[in-house]
Design a protein around this ligand. Structure first.
Ligand SMILES: NC(=O)c1ccc[n+]([C@@H]2O[C@H](COP(=O)([O-])OP(=O)(O)OC[C@H]3O[C@@H](n4cnc5c(N)ncnc54)[C@H](O)[C@@H]3O)[C@@H](O)[C@H]2O)c1
Length: 270
């Protein structure tokens, strides 16, 4: 009989998992049997978006995971603060004895496409977006690398974006695209660094993924025009992304490292 819990006995950490795609990652890993620790600077961030709030089956994703009979921990922490993140990782290892999987998902952009054109985007916006996406990813990777090196095993997945590869027509969202391109490149350096320790490090690069936050933004930009560039002709879902995360978190991907995997319906490379 096929074991539907291939991650049973594994311990996972997912950042930015209070809503959106990160929540789908946390729930998917839990449904495959992993104990899951969630880090988010607001475990109730789903309340910002009605669609997100409507999909919740508990007060937080931590409660949702416990509801399916899986152990869960929640940390209200900012990934830009390395000290707090290190403490969270130490607590996870202290309570559960190990750390096998880390999904560095916390991130996102700030600002309008117009005000973030490459030639004019202001330093404040650049600093926030680089900290949230690149620095936060580096902090998370460095914190989890400590137990993973000791164990001589582990799976780290970072989150880039199609924006790290494609350039918007007007040169807008330059700070975000540059930060996500850096996340992808950092992933490859880390894969080289941690390969000898048996730790794989890969990056997923989502395309247009319909979440409570993004769905209205995509519609305002023009669904038909955006989807014209997507060979599969639809927006992605958090579940589409979670499938690839499941692969990269399981032994199916044991010989995959340093890869940047688009999850974008063909947007980037066709
Ligand atoms: N939605 C998309 O189409 C899309 C496309 C490409 C890449 N991505 C990337 O996927 C990831 C998730 O995207 P989403 O659309 O689900 O975002 P979202 O904004 O809906 O959710 C992000 C979550 O991360 C948390 N967070 C943000 N900054 C944090 C920080 N510094 N410390 C701790 N928690 C923090 C937020 O509170 C929120 O719960 C992000 O890295 C984003 O850049 C998303």
């Amino acid at each position: 009989m096929t074991d539907n819990l291939p991650l049973r006995g594994k311990v996972a950490l997912v950042t930015g998992a209070a809503r959106g795609i990160g929540r789908a990652y946390a729930l998917r890993l839990a449904k495959r049997g992993a104990d899951v620790a969630v880090v988010d600077f607001d475990l109730h961030s789903y309340k910002d978006y009605q669609l997100e709030a409507a999909s919740m089956r508990g007060d937080t994703v931590v409660d949702e995971i416990r509801e399916i009979g899986i152990r869960a921990l929640g940390f209200q922490a900012d990934v830009t603060d390395a000290t707090t993140l290190n403490e969270a990782v130490q607590q996870i290892v202290g309570e559960w004895g190990r750390l096998d999987i880390a999904i560095c998902n916390a991130g996102g952009g700030v600002g309008s496409p117009e005000e973030t054109r490459a030639s004019i985007v202001e330093k404040d916006l650049v600093d926030v977006v680089v900290a949230r996406n690149l620095t936060g990813t580096i902090h998370t990777c460095q914190a989890v690398a400590v137990p993973m090196k000791e164990q001589r095993s582990g799976k780290i997945v970072t989150v880039g974006s199609q924006a790290g590869h494609r350039i918007e027509d007007n040169g807008g969202y330059a700070h975000y695209g540059a930060a996500k391109a850096a996340v992808a490149k950092y992933t490859q350096y880390l894969a080289r660094d941690l390969g000898p320790f048996g730790v794989t490090v890969n990056c997923v690069a989502p395309g247009y993924i319909s979440t409570g936050r993004l769905a209205p933004i995509l519609s305002a930009m023009g669904d038909a025009q955006l989807l014209d560039d997507v060979p599969l002709g639809r927006y992605g879902t958090p579940e589409d992304c979670a499938g690839v995360i499941e692969f990269l978190s399981s032994d199916l991907s044991d010989y995959v490292t340093g890869a940047i995997i688009p999850v974008d319906g063909g947007l980037t490379y066709s």
